[in-house]
Design a protein around this ligand. Structure first.
Ligand SMILES: NC(=O)c1ccc[n+]([C@@H]2O[C@H](COP(=O)([O-])OP(=O)(O)OC[C@H]3O[C@@H](n4cnc5c(N)ncnc54)[C@H](OP(=O)(O)O)[C@@H]3O)[C@@H](O)[C@H]2O)c1
Length: 317
């Protein structure tokens, strides 16, 4: 009995592997538009796809980032300045892409740009702090997609949205996790809607990686600033001792983060080039072995696990 079962699982894995290894044809003729290419995953993906011969249209937030990227890539790669929080910037970038892709349409749209500060306890934050992150990470993804949708539809192409394990499991306060939960929901809705037109939508769910967005130095100095500005009532609950153990936890998380960004960009690349892309990609061992399994647990059980692994204010326990 067990032999048959093992055989079936082995066969299923083998067939899945063979199916997923099939690559789409004429990659060199296909355009891919990526947001947030100044640094991190977006930057690495742009360079990788360029090396593979694809026509990369890389959107950077700054001219400095765009220039650096152009200096490190082939003449094929083109850059545009894009701020995903500004409608006029998105409209101009869409027109720029339209002029380049022509009748072929846009094969790949990668919604990668994102920010994570401020991410801390909700008690330290105001509505504007939430809005700032949602504006980039969620409304930015939505508005870029709405503008580029017809170009992707024309190519029967791909939309790749960068979410996070924090889009399944909320580990801290602020707008970041909320924005990623929103990206998951938006991806589900457009995947179903665009499937009628042969467009495939993939969601990337990385664990923790060492990039500018996750830099513990940036988070700690911003946290300190918020703590200094907090009301005396909040400071009484979350005292200095709590702040320092919270900081220790952030530093530890940073140390445990993976340096191998290609674990994420390999998923993005697969979603853009495989004939049979997955709907969801989890990247990093922390995501695969801890966060994703915990996200499937009953909420009460997940709460218990997260409670015991979190920092708690002393005077409440
Ligand atoms: N690193 C992780 O652990 C991790 C885990 C899960 C998911 N993610 C997600 O992965 C994506 C890429 O992040 P990353 O880790 O590669 O960090 P990153 O190096 O900071 O990349 C984010 C990029 O977005 C750009 N950006 C920021 N605001 C923008 C705006 N308003 N308009 C356009 N571009 C903007 C940044 O430009 P500047 O460099 O000029 O600021 C930067 O190039 C994000 O969506 C992030 O949420 C990261």
């Amino acid at each position: 009995m067990w032999h048959y079962l093992m055989g079936l699982v082995g066969l299923w894995t083998l067939l899945r592997l063979i199916r997923e290894r099939q690559v789409v044809s004429h990659l060199q003729d296909k355009h891919v538009f990526i947001t947030g290419c100044d640094s991190g995953f977006g930057n690495l993906l742009a360079r990788k796809l360029d090396r593979r011969g694809m026509k990369v249209l890389a959107a950077c937030l700054t001219e400095k980032g765009a220039e650096e990227l152009r200096n490190n890539t082939s003449k094929r790669l083109e850059t545009v300045i894009l701020d995903v929080t500004k409608t006029e910037s998105i409209v101009a970038a869409t027109q720029w892409v339209k002029e380049r892709v022509g009748n072929r349409g846009l094969w790949g749209l990668v919604n990668n740009a994102g920010i994570s500060i401020p991410s801390t306890l909700n008690a330290f934050l105001k509505k504007e702090d939430f809005a700032k992150i949602l504006d980039v990470n969620l409304l930015g993804v939505i508005e870029v997609t709405l503008n580029m949708m017809s170009l992707v539809r024309k190519a029967k192409g791909r939309v790749v949205n960068v979410s996070s394990i924090l889009g399944r499991l909320c580990l801290f306060g602020g707008g970041y996790c909320i924005s990623k939960y929103g990206v998951e929901a938006f991806s589900d809705s457009i995947r179903r809607e665009l499937s009628y037109f042969g467009v495939k939508v993939a969601i990337i769910e990385p664990g923790f990686f060492q990039t500018a967005i996750s830099s513990s130095d940036r988070h700690l100095s911003h946290n300190k600033m918020l703590w200094d500005q907090a009301s005396s009532e909040v400071k009484e609950i979350y005292d200095e001792k709590f702040l320092s153990s919270y900081e220790t936890r952030i530093k530890l998380l940073d140390k445990l983060s993976s340096k191998d960004l290609s674990l994420v960009t390999d998923c993005m690349e697969h979603a853009l080039t495989s004939r049979h892309p997955r709907i969801r990609y989890s990247a990093g061992w922390d995501a695969k072995l801890f966060y994703i399994p915990v996200s499937y647990l009953p909420t009460r059980l997940a709460d218990v696990i997260l409670f015991w692994t979190s920092t708690k204010p002393e005077n409440t326990l």
